[in-house]
Write a protein that binds this ligand. Sequence first.
Ligand code: ADP
Length: 194
Amino acid sequence: MLNLALFGPPGAGKGTQSKLLAEKFNLTYISTGDILRKEMGEKSPLGLQAKSIIEKGGLVSDDIMVQIIERTIGKALNSNGILFDGFPRTVVQANILEELLNKMSNPLTCMLSLEVPREELMHRMLERAKIEGRSDDTPEAIKFRLIEYENKTTPVASFYQEIGKYFPVNGVGTVAEVFERLTNAVEHANRFEP
Ligand code: ADP
């Protein structure tokens, strides 16, 4: 299996690029943000629990996220590979994901990190807010999402760096340019997989 995780701050373009990557490499797409929004829309117990945290721009508890990921990985095991968008977002989640995938003898191939400067992120998210109307795209929630990212998510990069699976990619440019950089990184990572 080719198992990829797309990493980067909110607004980096993970959603756009992961859809393209999933199509090109024929991967099962797992977006924890989409799953949570669906649960919220259905007003499921899990969705109701997550709603207020998400709307503030905070991170949902690792406990809830692990339940979601275990359930979805199980269903994706017979595919060509999995593309994780928005997961893992904490070091706890990263440890659990490594363990789960290794136990299934289908380790994560690489973690692709989209690098975009902060001013550009703010600008992109405020533009997106006008189009999509997501309830967590208010200026306050965006600011808090960036703070949560700095505090809880950036350490995930070091986690993957230490195990040699971290591939940074410049996220500034056209969608096609960034996509080409990502596919090059995937091919590179795949060649060196043990
Ligand atoms: P973004 O566009 O900000 O990267 P996502 O659509 O991936 O956002 O996720 C939206 C929100 O869902 C996050 O701000 C967070 O509250 C919650 N969320 C998504 N994935 C995770 C995760 N792995 N751990 C904790 N919370 C998550």
